[in-house]
Design a protein around this ligand. Structure first.
Ligand code: ASP
Length: 571
């Protein structure tokens, strides 16, 4: 049984390549063998769904096809049944096509008949299978949590489902199962997991889906060290089972402050070993006004050393400034080290004349500079410098082919700040979510010095992608209330929104913690794909629409009425 991939007529004999989930097989309809089947076969067209019966035989000498897994055999058909016909499909059902993605998504059921489109979906099925196997063998229980629920703050906007039975009220779709998984710990399940759908109404950035899937985990009586060890074992198991690759454990761990300083990003791609160096102090008395002004305004000056970067052209270097402007930088300076010992001619740069020999020597010492290297500078506010040089690092790494594309570089980023200052709202907000615990040594001081408080939270980064994050949670109701207070939630609001959590915490809640990984992203990485849409059977576009079903779509007047809602006249 299968679909017609190709049909050929050769001197009265019909050949068909029959496609099914496993691959292609050649079928031969010979009037000498069965004239009825042969007659019917002359009507076959691409994508007809058929069943045949027949005999498997070796292909005659010289007719073998070594490019095909079944290239040594063919099936001599004695019966043919046409289950269904098909019009000519809107694009060829084969690998390597260049058809526009929108057209393919509109006919996703046809797109997925193509082996290369099917493969990532099958890898994803394998992934979830092995996740379940690993976790169930280690006493985790898979427990579902509700979709129609109350808001769970993960920093995005909620999708709301207005209630028909309760006018003016709405459910929220979960941004994550965060609070439910914590409640499961309070209910004594000890080890929970779920392959959970999450919903976040975000402004759609590149490669995000409004509904996506997390591997969500929570454990009681767990420490960060034990959680890391168990999760590393899980990742190594998945890589071994699915890719046959041995990955090195334990994973590298770095503090948030250090990764940002050294790589200009909290999800650095460690396949590239270039680092940023802070050089603000070297230019404290600089004759170069841009640097001096930056020092006076308590800004940051950093440099990225690009080994071998002196070979880049003037044009390539000039392009760095407009590139960095996207990240808020006013400008980028650079020095090509053509001859390290010649501090004048050998240090080629538009700013060379403003730098003293002592400054150059200091740069050389601090960055371990060599002939052939390039230094790229940014002087600005901390975030602008990090974003600009962090992205220049990635860009030049790609351009100079210095990023090792065949490596798996896992990294735990630890010790995130607990809070971030929100300039617009003039208040502190959670860096992770409000249920994350401060590290033990900050429990007594976080309220008076929120900016300095380090949390017990962590991210897992792989090759520059954030694969997931988690934390040890607050299990003390008073501490949780204090955090709400710091976040400027009044006691009444805290009760109204999170009363159930505060109550549950008061009944002997166990210490607990967990993590959630992006399943779509893991599947994408494992299938070496370029977009999340490839690993989702029915994905949405970057604008959050489903080209197949045409969701979202208008709803009729009756439905608005049922929900006690009115469409505003502007729409
Ligand atoms: N719920 C968190 C998130 O979605 C993950 C966690 O803290 O376990 O990022």
């Amino acid at each position: 049984m299968g679909w017609i991939a190709i049909r050929r007529d050769h001197g009265g004999i019909v050949f068909v390549d029959l496609r099914d989930l496993e691959g292609l097989t050649q079928i031969v309809f010979d009037p000498q063998i069965n004239s009825d089947a042969h007659r019917l076969a002359t009507d076959l067209r691409s994508e007809f769904c058929i069943g045949i019966r027949g005999k498997v035989r070796s292909r005659p000498d010289g007719m073998m096809n070594s490019n095909l897994l079944t290239g040594e055999i063919e099936v001599e058909a004695t019966h043919l049944e046409i289950f269904n016909t098909s019009p000519t499909p809107p694009f060829p059902i084969e690998d390597g096509i260049t058809t526009n993605e929108m057209v393919r998504l509109e006919h996703r059921y046809l797109d997925l008949r193509r082996p290369e489109a099917k493969k990532p979906i099958l890898i994803r099925a394998k992934l979830t299978h092995f996740i379940r196997k690993f976790l169930e063998d280690r006493n985790f229980y898979e427990i579902e949590t509700p979709f129609l629920t109350k808001s769970t703050p993960e920093g995005a906007r909620d999708y709301l489902v207005p209630s028909r039975l309760y006018p003016g009220q709405a459910y929220a779709l979960p941004q994550s199962p965060q609070l439910f998984k914590q409640l499961l710990m309070m209910a004594g399940f000890e080890r929970y997991f779920q392959i959970a759908r999450c919903f976040r109404d975000e402004d759609l950035r590149a490669d995000r889906q409004p509904d996506f899937t997390q591997l969500d985990l929570e454990m009681s009586f767990i420490t960060q060290d034990r959680l890391f060890a168990l999760m590393e074992e899980l990742w190594a198991y998945l890589w071994k089972e699915i890719l046959g690759v041995q990955i090195a454990t334990p994973f590298v761990r770095m503090k948030y402050a250090d990764v940002v300083e050294q790589y200009g990003s909290d999800k650095p791609d460690l396949r590239l070993d270039w680092k940023l160096t802070t050089v603000t102090d070297i230019f404290a008395q600089s004759g170069f006004k841009v640097f001096k002004d930056c020092v006076d305004q308590k800004g940051l000056i950093q440099t990225l050393k690009v080994p071998g970067g002196a070979e880049l052209s003037r044009k390539e270097l000039d392009e760095l400034t407009p590139f960095a402007k996207n990240y808020g930088a006013k400008g980028i300076a650079w020095i090509k080290i053509n001859k390290i010992e010649d501090l004048n001619e050998g240090w080629q740069s538009p700013i060379s004349k403003f730098l003293t020999d002592a400054e150059k020597k200091a740069l050389q010492d601090r960055t371990q500079l060599k002939t052939g290297d390039l230094l790229v500078f940014c002087a600005d506010k901390k975030k602008v410098v990090a974003d600009s040089l962090g992205n220049i690092r990635l860009e030049l790494g790609k351009k100079m082919k210095a990023t090792k594309t065949d490596e798996w570089k896992f990294l735990w980023v630890i010790d995130f700040p607990l809070f971030q200052w929100d300039e617009e709202g003039k208040r502190w907000v959670s860096e992770h979510h409000p249920f994350t615990s401060p590290k033990a040594e900050f429990v007594d001081t976080f309220f008076s010095d929120p900016g300095k408080t380090i949390s017990d939270s962590y991210d897992l980064v792989l090759n520059g992608m954030e694969m997931g994050s988690g934390s040890i949670r607050i299990h003390n109701p008073d501490l949780q209330s204090k955090v709400f207070e710091l976040l400027k939630l009044s006691a009444e609001e805290a009760r109204e929104k999170f009363g159930f959590l505060l109550d549950a915490l008061s009944y002997g809640a166990p210490p607990h913690g967990g993590v959630a990984f992006g399943v779509d992203r893991i599947a994408m990485v494992l299938s070496k794909g370029e977009s999340l849409r490839e690993v989702i059977a029915f994905p949405k576009t970057q604008r959050g629409q489903c080209p197949l079903t045409k969701a979202p779509s208008m709803i009729d007047a009756e439905q608005w009425k049922d929900l006690h809602l009115k469409l505003s006249p502007q729409v």
